[in-house]
Write a protein that binds this ligand. Sequence first.
Ligand SMILES: Cc1cc2nc3c(=O)[nH]c(=O)nc-3n(C[C@H](O)[C@H](O)[C@H](O)COP(=O)(O)OP(=O)(O)OC[C@H]3O[C@@H](n4cnc5c(N)ncnc54)[C@H](O)[C@@H]3O)c2cc1C
Length: 405
Amino acid sequence: MSEPLVVIGNGMAAARFVEELATRALGRYAIAVVGEEPRLAYNRVLLSAVLGRDVKSSEIELKPAQWWRERGVTLLYGHAAVAIDTGIRRVRLANGMTLPFTNLVLATGSRPIRLPVPGMDLRGVLTFRDLGDVAAIGGAATKGTRAVVIGGGLLGLEAAHGLAKAGANVSIVHLMDRLMERQLDARAATMLQRAIEAKGIEVYLQASTAAIRGACRVEAVELADRRTLDADLVVVATGVRANVELARTADLKVDRGVVVDDRLQTSRAGIHAIGECAEHRGVCYGLVEPAYEQARVLARRLAGDMSATYAGSVLATNLKVSGVNVFSAGDFLGASGTESIVFTDPGLDTYKRLVIADGRLVGAVLYGDTEDGLWYLDLIRSGASTERIRGDLMFGRALAERMAA
Ligand SMILES: Cc1cc2nc3c(=O)[nH]c(=O)nc-3n(C[C@H](O)[C@H](O)[C@H](O)COP(=O)(O)OP(=O)(O)OC[C@H]3O[C@@H](n4cnc5c(N)ncnc54)[C@H](O)[C@@H]3O)c2cc1C
């Protein structure tokens, strides 16, 4: 008989996990997937494209209903899991239904951070995490809407771009001294800021939000230095926090995320966590590739391959703003003991910085020409020596490989 396996969360990590498991051990488990969002799993990365009206929300579904059916998966979407009884090994849903499990996978993702300032609950103050948010933002943004995006990271920039495309007058308020400081060095961030401003978006750096003002709807954002930005709509994109409430109430070990070991097992045998809700070796990842790598490792293990372990991921980011190419991976700032090779071509609006340590590429920032980003990422991940191609490394794969041949 198939063993009951429950997956909580119907997002990107969950969908990939089921896919990987089904290709390896179809029939071994009776899989049930519980998802709070009232729809099939979709590609969250493409929400910016939906907001920018480049794709329709119906086009970002990861797998059609039939795909899940053919693999015998019981899909319970539109239902939140509200409790895990680790003693009798059952998950309880908000509608009272309970599901037995021998193995449980937590894939509950993250929730947007809400700012601890007055006015966060006013109408017109929105976050940017799911299709519901995109519908709310899209519905509120029309030509001439004054929109303030709080947060100048990847999500904030993509939200700002989507709003600007819809005809809104957009400002970005960012606490730090440069945009995307977690992915870009100062030079690349300055170039990015110029490109964003050229799209008609105003950027306020080192700007701390003190309050959001309004009678019952948002009317303005007040900064700590007393400046006030008029606003009909505010999108808060100041980061995410792992969604751990369920794990905490089930007495699983939780720190910033649900703590897992290299087997992706939580503090309880048979209960696993993957994706943004998981904390591995002290890191909660906020990108999809680590979630996919974790999904693959866990699927291999549950299919019987006990040699599969997860050792962590190298982070890489691409900004999805049309006409602005940005790529960043690994140690892009260069820790002590590393050296940087830098190339700038103001005429082509291109900047590249490659960070080398012990003859190996360990980080890269590319602005403008990002074509070789994935090649650099492969080199970083493989840890291969770049000594032989060092002189040509900056000029990309085609040249470096030709010269090395
Ligand atoms: C606008 C946007 C753009 C992005 N762009 C990029 C990008 O360019 N590159 C990149 O790498 N990453 C990007 N990301 C991040 C990427 O989407 C996430 O890393 C990825 O979705 C993580 O997958 P996950 O399954 O862990 O979480 P999610 O995809 O968030 O899935 C978690 C699911 O669990 C559900 N859930 C939570 N609690 C419960 C419960 N108690 N019961 C039932 N269901 C529950 C949630 O409703 C959600 O559907 C972007 C994210 C956003 C929002």
